[in-house]
Design a protein. Structure first.
Length: 360
C-alpha cells in the first residue's frame, strides 16, 4: 500500500472475447434416458500485450491531441495546456489555469488552429476544468485510461506548453508513488489548494504544463499534470529529484462527465459563474467579508468589509465554505436573499440579483 505524504509544490500554470458453450446432440443408449452433456466453456483468449512505443512515437501520438491555452484575467496572462477529449472540442485542463479568466484562447497542436474558448464547468477542489472550443469539429482526441491501474515504476511522459512558449515539450520519468496528498501553490497568484489522490512522478513538469497529459508507455493518458517542484528560473539550481503530480484521468473524467451532464454539486459548478462581489473568511457567526468589489451586487446591497453573512438564499451560513458551496449552484441573473450582521451587530437583509463573473 503506497504511503500518502504531504508535499508543498507549485501548481504548474504560467492533460473480450467471451467463451463459447458447446451443446452436442443428445446421446441415446438402450434403456438409458436421453441426456444433454454440456462441455466446459472454452477459455477466453489472453489479450495481446500492450505495444510499448518509443519516446518519438509517444510524442507523435500525444502532441496532436493537446492544445496550448492562454487565460487573460485582465491583469496577467496565464499559460497552460489542455487535452482534447471529444472531436467537437471538449477540452480538459486544470482549474487553476482558467481561474479568474475573462478571456481564454486555445491553439490546437494538430493543425495550429486558434479557437475562442468557453468554460463549461469546473471543480476547484480537484483542480479540473472543462472547456469548449467554439466551432471545433473532427479534432483528434486523446486515448484515455479507463481504470486506475497506474503502478509505481511505470515509465511516463508529461507533455505540455512548458514555460508558455506555445510548443510542446516532453518530460520523461517514472511513477514514484500514487494516492498522494499535496498543498499546491499557484505560480500566478500564490493561492493554495489542498489536493489528494494524486500520481507522483519524477518527470520535470514546469509552469505552462498544467492541464497537459501524463501518458504511459502506450501513449494512453493516465493523468492531468497539475503541480511540480521544477523551477522555471534558470538562475535557480534544479532540484536533485523532480517531484511532479497529476490528477488521475479517471478522477478528471468523472468531473467532465458530471459537467457535460449538467449536474452541479457542492464542488462542481456548471455553466457561467455567478458573481456576488466579495471575498470571505470563516467567522464563528458565519462568513466574514474581507473585501467588497466596487459596483458589484454585494456593494450595491450595502455589504461592507467586516459584515458577517449569516444566511444565504434561505439557508444558514456557518462558514466561508458553506457560502462558496451555495454560490456554486447559482448562475448569473439568479435572485438570492442575503442576511448579515453589520459592524454594529445589527441584522441587515437584502434581495440581490447575481452578476456574471470569471470562473472561481
Amino acid at each position: 500500500m503506497p504511503s500518502s505524504r504531504t508535499a508543498s509544490v507549485v501548481a504548474v500554470a504560467v492533460a473480450v472475447a467471451g467463451g463459447v458453450l458447446l451443446n452436442p446432440l443428445p446421446v441415446r443408449e438402450a434403456g438409458v434416458p436421453t441426456v444433454s452433456v454440456a462441455q466446459p466453456a472454452a477459455p477466453a483468449p489472453a489479450p495481446p500485450p500492450p505495444v510499448v512505443l518509443t519516446p518519438e512515437e509517444i510524442e507523435a501520438r500525444v502532441v496532436p491531441v493537446i492544445v496550448t491555452l492562454v487565460a487573460d484575467s485582465g491583469l496577467v496572462d496565464t499559460a497552460g495546456t489542455g487535452i482534447v477529449v471529444t472531436p467537437d472540442g471538449v477540452v480538459l485542463t486544470n482549474h487553476h489555469v482558467i481561474d479568474g479568466a475573462l478571456d481564454i484562447s486555445a491553439v490546437t497542436l494538430a493543425d495550429g488552429a486558434e479557437y475562442v474558448t468557453d468554460v463549461l464547468g469546473y471543480d476547484s477542489s480537484r483542480d479540473i476544468a472543462v472547456l469548449q472550443l467554439q466551432g471545433a469539429d473532427s479534432l483528434p482526441t486523446a486515448t484515455l485510461a479507463t481504470s486506475p491501474a497506474t503502478r509505481i515504476g511505470d515509465p511516463v511522459t508529461a507533455v505540455g506548453n512548458a514555460e508558455g512558449n506555445g510548443y510542446p515539450v516532453p518530460a520523461r520519468g517514472f511513477v514514484t508513488d500514487v494516492g498522494q496528498s499535496i498543498t499546491a501553490r499557484s505560480s500566478t497568484d500564490g493561492s493554495r489548494n489542498r489536493l489528494s489522490g494524486l500520481i507522483e512522478v519524477d518527470a520535470a513538469v514546469r509552469p505552462g504544463d498544467s492541464g497537459g497529459p501524463l501518458v504511459d508507455a502506450t501513449a494512453t493518458v493516465i493523468g492531468v499534470n497539475t503541480a511540480g517542484n521544477a523551477d522555471s528560473d534558470p538562475s535557480t539550481p534544479p532540484p536533485a529529484q523532480p517531484r511532479s503530480y497529476a490528477v488521475p484521468i479517471t478522477t478528471a473524467m468523472a468531473v467532465v462527465d458530471q459537467v457535460r451532464a449538467g449536474r452541479t454539486s457542492s464542488t462542481v459548478h456548471v455553466g457561467d459563474t455567478a458573481l456576488l462581489g466579495i471575498n470571505v473568511t470563516n467567522n464563528e457567526r458565519g462568513a466574514e467579508v474581507l473585501w467588497v468589489g466596487i459596483g458589484t451586487p454585494a456593494d450595491d446591497a450595502g455589504l461592507e468589509i467586516g459584515s458577517i453573512i449569516t444566511d444565504f438564499d434561505g439557508a444558514p451560513v456557518r462558514s466561508s465554505t458553506e457560502l462558496s458551496e451555495r454560490m456554486n449552484a447559482k448562475h448569473p441573473g439568479d435572485t438570492v436573499s442575503v442576511l448579515w450582521l453589520d459592524d454594529h451587530g445589527q441584522s441587515q437583509a437584502a434581495t440581490i440579483v447575481l452578476d456574471e463573473g470569471p470562473p472561481r
